[in-house]
Design a protein around this ligand. Structure first.
Ligand SMILES: C[S@@+](CC[C@H](N)C(=O)[O-])C[C@H]1O[C@@H](n2cnc3c(N)ncnc32)[C@H](O)[C@@H]1O
Length: 209
């Protein structure tokens, strides 16, 4: 890890956000791609890899999912735990908050009906990251990966994600094609709402079986 987006960076970032913007965390709606792509799925076991302060994990739990929420920032995980507790025991007890480094951590094979990862910076090969997360999806389960692209594909301009490595459509679909048997249901770049902020890569795929 070159230190740019390592654990210390995220700890500092989350510490500042939790101290200075607690209301913004509490008010932030769950990710729009998750709502659009997973909102109709039948709840089961879900993994949110790189869960941050847990807005998506809490939403999944509140809609009936049993969630494993993984991040390497203890401060983010604590914020998530507190938010879930504030919503009541029925939500809080459905989430297992797990501190782990997604650079090396692998989900238990075939464990989750939904594996999602939203906007995680990847220190290494995107294909390897995708393959590792795909290993956690149960037969017939769903993988939903979203990444903020560093360059606007229309203008060629840098976006706020400039210099970052996150999932791309091409690398994600290539990794799943190489695994064989995956059905790619969505593979597209979607323009972000904020002008000049570029596009998100969104890939939703069904595991074989
Ligand atoms: C841009 S934030 C996105 C958080 C959340 N998924 C969302 O959409 O709001 C990236 C998150 O990934 C976590 N993260 C980055 N690299 C990680 C790694 N190697 N292992 C575990 N978590 C990591 C950070 O701590 C941070 O919470």
């Amino acid at each position: 890890m070159d230190g740019t987006f390592d654990r210390d960076f995220w700890e500092r970032r989350w510490d500042q956000v939790v101290r200075e913007h607690p209301d913004a965390i509490a008010r932030r709606p769950p990710n729009a791609h998750l709502l659009a792509e997973a909102g109709d799925l039948r709840p089961g076991a879900a993994l949110d890899a790189g869960c941050g302060h847990g807005g998506e994990a809490v939403w999944l739990a509140s809609t009936g999912w049993r969630v494993t929420a993984v991040d390497f920032s203890p401060t983010a995980l604590d914020a998530g735990r507190a938010m879930a507790a504030g919503l009541g025991a029925d939500v809080a007890e459905r989430i297992n908050w797990e501190e782990a480094d997604l650079g090396t951590w692998s989900p238990p094979p075939g464990r989750y009906d939904l594996v999602t990862s939203l906007y995680v910076h990847i220190d290494g090969s995107v294909g390897e990251f995708v393959t590792r997360l795909a290993g956690g999806v149960a037969p017939g389960g769903t993988l939903l990966l979203v990444g903020h692209r560093p360059v606007d594909p229309e203008t060629g301009a840098d976006t706020p994600a400039a210099g970052q490595v996150q999932v791309s459509v091409d690398e994600t679909t290539a990794a799943l094609d190489a695994l064989g048997g995956w059905r790619i249901e969505v593979a597209e770049q979607r323009r972000r709402a904020a002008e000049g902020s570029g596009v998100d890569a969104v890939v939703r795929a069904l595991a074989p079986g």
